[in-house]
Design a protein around this ligand. Structure first.
Ligand SMILES: C[S@@+](CC[C@H](N)C(=O)[O-])C[C@H]1O[C@@H](n2cnc3c(N)ncnc32)[C@H](O)[C@@H]1O
Length: 290
């Protein structure tokens, strides 16, 4: 794969990756273990088939405080996050929630259960195949307080100051213009509203080969922002009370990225342990001043 990282190339690589994951999951092809192909690591693994138990373990790791058994396998099987924005958001009935990069819809459906009939959840995703999957799940579940919109998180199809809580799970790292995403979050949020995001961030140097790779970007590794840049980016958009708390070292994520590079990356003098420690999933919260 070319390593020329123009904005268009990155967006195309990201959309292609998540289209492939959604389409292969939809196809319901059986693996040799007889189970449906499932993505393994939090951002998926380019559609490879893996043991379902690995995916369930990842789901349980992230959603320790949430009962995901309330949702069917069509939803949980396509979970591609790297954390639990639902617990972080502490949603209450009546709230209006926006999910950036909603994928198959898992966090939208969990949010919908919490905000109830008087609340409303909007999921935005730029990949038509993911949106199709999420909408089919909504129909299957017969839910009225969740909707899915096609769009980019850099140009949200959502009106000004209309949202109480913005959630997102392993998506902002994929954007080529994070400052624009933060501005859009600020525009769409009502004064006093809050951000509750799980995302990959970095602290320390990543090897150049990994940084330059389109597939590692699309796998939520090389697009991750440095923790300090993340904080200043959110503050520059106007948010206050910004907090970023490291949560998991995502070794699988790094291993997948390296594997997709054919194991060919030069670690630039870094140990693999140092690379593992440099990229991790974090909890991110902030507030728009009232
Ligand atoms: C790693 S998956 C996470 C999906 C979901 N949040 C979850 O937890 O299962 C990333 C999703 O974000 C979407 N996405 C990536 N970049 C985007 C962008 N710039 N605008 C809108 N959606 C985007 C992808 O299509 C994909 O569905």
């Amino acid at each position: 794969m070319t390593t020329e990282k123009t904005e268009l190339n990155v967006r195309t690589a990201v959309r292609d990756r998540y289209s492939k994951i959604a389409e292969e999951f939809q196809s319901g092809t059986q693996t040799d273990c007889g189970c449906t192909p499932v993505p393994t690591s939090c951002c998926g693994d380019d559609g490879d088939t893996k043991d379902e138990s690995v995916h369930i373990a990842a789901l349980e790791k992230y959603y320790q405080n949430v009962d995901t058994d309330t949702l069917p396998e069509e939803v949980t099987g396509l979970s591609l996050g790297c954390g639990d924005p639902i617990t972080l958001a502490a949603l209450t009935p009546g709230q209006r929630v926006l999910d950036l990069g909603s994928g198959g819809g898992i966090d939208c459906f969990l949010a919908g259960q919490r905000v109830g009939e008087t609340g409303h959840v909007i999921g935005v995703d730029m990949t038509p195949a993911m949106l199709e999957k999420a909408r089919a799940n909504k129909t299957r579940l017969g839910i009225n307080n969740v909707e899915f919109r096609l769009g980019e998180i850099e140009h949200l199809p959502v009106s000004d100051a209309s949202i109480d809580v913005i959630i997102s799970n392993c998506v902002i790292n994929l954007s080529t213009d994070k400052a624009q995403v933060f501005r859009e979050m600020f525009r769409t949020m009502r004064p006093g509203g809050k951000i509750a995001v799980s995302d990959m961030v970095t602290e320390g140097k990543l090897p150049d080969g990994l940084r330059e790779s389109l597939s590692a970007w699309a796998g939520c590794v090389s697009g991750a922002l440095d923790i300090e840049e993340y904080i200043s980016g959110i503050k520059n958009a106007g948010f206050v009370d910004v907090e970023i708390t490291p949560e998991y070292l995502d070794r699988d994520q790094v291993d997948d990225a390296v594997r997709q590079l054919g194991g060919e990356i030069q670690l630039g003098g870094l140990s693999k342990e140092a690379v593992y420690k440099a990229v991790f999933s974090a909890k991110i919260t902030a507030r728009k001043p009232a």
